[in-house]
Design a protein around this ligand. Structure first.
Ligand code: SAH
Ligand code: SF4
Length: 386
């Protein structure tokens, strides 16, 4: 989630935007035993029934993993010894570890760089406010979509996350929250990566999050943000998956959008808006549209009128996010007066909007920013070759 400024923007050299590659990236190659966190409850049931165990063993294991939050099989109460042995032989429980963390000075934002089993790192941001916590999680290590202002887009894609790695971020922050007795309410899939480019793994993870026997998160409190992957939006509409949908626009004409969001060339606005209207009609659910406001680029009254005309009459709500400057993009956030004027014009078209609060101003809290900062620092501290 893009909730803060870089701590020291400094000079911002331009970098070549990441090459846009829509080919399926490989999931982590793995000849290791199945990670139990990768499985939905039906998939776990199928596995156990192949081994000859009845469904209630599945539910016992499931509640142990997600209700009790056992970290090891030994901690799951009531498991039959032969099942425990089989699980030990054929499966594993993979946990994420903290590679680096930062706290905002107001104490509300806790940004984590988490390490995966193969050494990749991903960002997860925990925001605690008035007893309600929100977590922003990643769905890919990097991103292939190449949005020019986004630190993650500037890195390119390393790989998709598995369902277990997506769920693992939630388990990790729940453990942190448990220490203070706080609970997690909202999950936003707005960290690193494009969730609909990793559709199956992302939605399997959502199924685990909402499972009533486990974490039992409310579907209304899970928001999935997409850059506008049209086939994914249509699939979501047809499958009725338990999420709120947010679509990142940033431009309301094809030319302006494609200059910021290269994926706009692949899925032009008429196709994208058709898919959004289809989604709203099928699901009878509003869509949130995200608009990163960049001074002079997409924040004038003309831009607001074009956006208002595009969304007018739709069940839409716009989230405006003043740009978080990134090292690889030479743009500035809009001034507060331009933000207000932009919202007023939208309102004149009957389109409501909210400015997203910027939290973690001092800790690189925009997605991909902490990872790039940590990597730049560690490159600087590496010994140079003779
Ligand atoms: N890939 C998805 C979700 C992750 S990005 C998507 O693009 O929607 C979440 C949101 O943060 C998107 O709206 C994205 O455009 C926005 N964003 C990315 N980098 C930003 C930055 N530097 N400043 C402000 N918003 C940014
Ligand atoms: Fe990927 Fe979203 Fe960043 Fe675009 S804004 S590069 S889609 S993470």
């Amino acid at each position: 989630m893009h909730t803060g400024w870089e701590s020291s923007p400094g000079p911002r050299p331009r970098v070549t935007p990441a090459r846009v590659c829509y080919l399926e990236a490989l999931a982590m190659p793995s000849d290791t035993p199945t990670n139990l966190y990768d499985l939905t409850r039906p998939a776990l049931g199928a596995l156990l029934s192949d081994w000859g165990f009845r469904p209630h063993h599945r539910d016992l294991l499931w509640t142990g993993l997600y209700r009790q939050q056992a970290r090891a099989l030994d901690e799951v109460e009531g498991l039959r010894p032969d099942l425990r042995d089989t699980l030990r032989e054929r499966t594993r429980l993979s946990h994420l570890s903290t590679h680096h963390e930062a706290f905002s000075s107001d104490g509300h934002t806790h940004k984590l760089l988490l390490r995966l089993e193969d050494g990749q790192t991903i960002e997860t941001v925990l925001m605690r406010f008035k007893g309600r916590a929100t977590v922003c999680i990643s769905t890919q290590a990097g991103c292939a979509m190449g949005c020019v202002f986004c630190a993650t887009g500037q890195m390119g894609l390393s790989r998709h996350l598995t369902p277990g790695e997506i769920v693992g971020q939630i388990l990790h922050v729940r453990r942190i929250l448990r220490e203070t007795g706080e609970s997690l309410r909202n999950v936003v899939l707005m960290g690193m990566g494009e969730p609909l480019h990793n559709y199956d793994n992302t939605l399997a993870a959502v199924d685990v999050l909402v499972d009533p026997l486990g974490l039992a998160m409310g579907p209304r409190f899970i928001t999935l943000s997409t850059v506008g992957v049209v086939p994914g939006i249509r699939r979501l509409a047809d499958e009725d998956r338990p999420v709120q949908l947010a679509v990142s626009l940033h431009g309301a004409t094809d030319a302006e959008r494609a200059a910021l969001v290269p994926a706009g060339r692949r899925w032009p606005l008429d196709e994208l808006m058709d898919a959004c209207r289809y989604y709203i009609a099928r699901r009878k659910r509003r869509i949130f549209f995200e608009w990163t406001l960049i001074a002079g680029r997409n924040d004038t009254s003309e831009h607001a009128h074009t956006l208002g005309a595009l969304l007018g009459g739709m069940d839409a709500h716009v989230n405006v996010i003043p740009l978080n400057p990134t090292v690889g993009y030479d743009g500035d956030p809009s001034q507060p007066a331009s933000v207000r004027a932009f919202q007023d014009v939208l309102m004149s078209h009957g389109v409501p909007s909210t400015v997203r609060q910027r939290r973690g101003i001092d800790i690189d809290a925009g997605c991909g920013q902490l990872k790039s900062t940590v990597e730049r620092r560690s490159r600087r501290s590496l010994p140079t070759s003779p």
